[in-house]
Design a protein around this ligand. Sequence first.
Ligand code: ME8
Length: 517
Amino acid sequence: MAFYVTTPIYYVNAAPHLGHAYTTIAADVMARHHRQRGEAVFFLTGTDEHGEPVADAARAAGVSPQQLADENAQRFKALAPQIEASNDFFIRTTDAPHMAKVQEVLSRVRDNGFVYEGTFEGWYCPRCADFKAENEIDEGNRCPIHHIELTRESEQNYFFKLSAFQEQLLELYERRDDFVSPRSRYNEALSFIRSGLRDVPLTRHRLTWGVPVPWDSEHVFYVWFDALLNYYTALSYAPQPSGAALAGARAGAGAPAQALDLTQEFWPANYHLIAKDILRFHAVYWPALLMAAEIELPHHLFVHGYLLMQGEKMSKSLGNVLDPFAVIERFGADALRFYLLREVPFGQDGSVSTASFEQRYESELANELGNLASRTTAMVVRYRGGSLPAGDVDGELARDFAGLVQRVCAHVDAAELTAALDEIWQRVRRLNRYVEQQAPWRLAQAEDGAARLDLVLRTLAEGLRSVAVLLWPYMPASAERVLDALGAPDSALDGAELGAGSVEQVRQLEPLFPKAG
Ligand code: ME8
């Protein structure tokens, strides 16, 4: 089994922010989950470096586009390890092998008869790098996204015959109703296709910062075609994934890095993750382009919502902007990853704020998971000297955990990352209730409580192990600390079921999520 997941490649005209971190974290959760299933995984992210937004920003900063791209690409590259993203490759669209492959694929599109010369006349937003239809323009000829005045463009271009794919796209949407999700985004893309497709510029005449058009040296490719193709070109020159990002017993078990064409192994992509701002490019242009180039289509496009940051309440320690770097420095990357996927149902828009971050950190991470881990390990150490006798787990808890792993897998398969996390979190809460109900401290005092105490401690330790394995994709560092303290470092999903593993030697765990001072 192979699993290939991508994020958008981010524009290097600005610095990385929380929105970028969000998509990359979500893709990382999916990548890690599939590695836990023992699948061969390829996780791609990177930067989109050509086109007008970058050329304009470079001009404004008084540097060359390449200098700006080099500088900002490094910042995006550095973001990945900070948020614990285990991407297997980082593509830059200025990579020479990417550019060569773009030329090859788009020449094929032309050879197949889907490119012609014409004159483009219309409105253009240099910040979106997008041509706007008359019905997509705000009053005063403004961009509905950037609110800047659009420019009236008239230029000699090569066009991509998007209109030729109208029927095939309708047929694709008919045949594969999970091609785009959530459903609202599927409907949005479908109605755009139904409204009638116009041909789109494939090249730009006046720009020079882009991939040169091989059949006409006065043109470069329109940045969106160069950018979309990254998902495909990366596999032709990225090294074999090492598998080193997998925790525990399997760490380092992957093949050594070597140059191999990964297209056969990983194409078509299982999931492209994007936000709704770039839906049309991915849900309409991208499949049409692939059809024109005779390349197999990806399986799924998942469109998450926007993180909204208006009307924030001020927080004591974080100020009033949820800055991912400040959160990570103070609370760790795991807390940020957890918060984003817990607070905003994945696929919907949702507000984030420093105040709600601190609230969840305290009530859920520190008080629920943190306490469960601390007191479980502390009680095994206090009452049993850290050693647990082998045996079954409590049937009552086994019933409440039955089918959990399958349900988590089913949710992640559908990119329902918040729903999967909620399934797991309900078990964290269940284990805390179990502690209260069973009151091990009373069993320890009771004369005939020893066997029962063994059972309760074993069930708690095994329950903690099970949730830690399932939480590993969301909070890798914390989950690894828990598994380590339980002497059970293997994070493979086939051992995640409650009772499938055995915890024998336990170490006291220091607080996972120390309270903010
Ligand atoms: O569009 N909430 O790059 P970009 C959630 N280069 N996600 C957000 C967000 C927010 N407030 N802000 C940004 C581009 N994102 C093109 C893509 S792909 C072939 C080319 C995330 O730097 C989200 O994933 O503007 C969104 O789609 C992406 O960043 C846009 O990044």
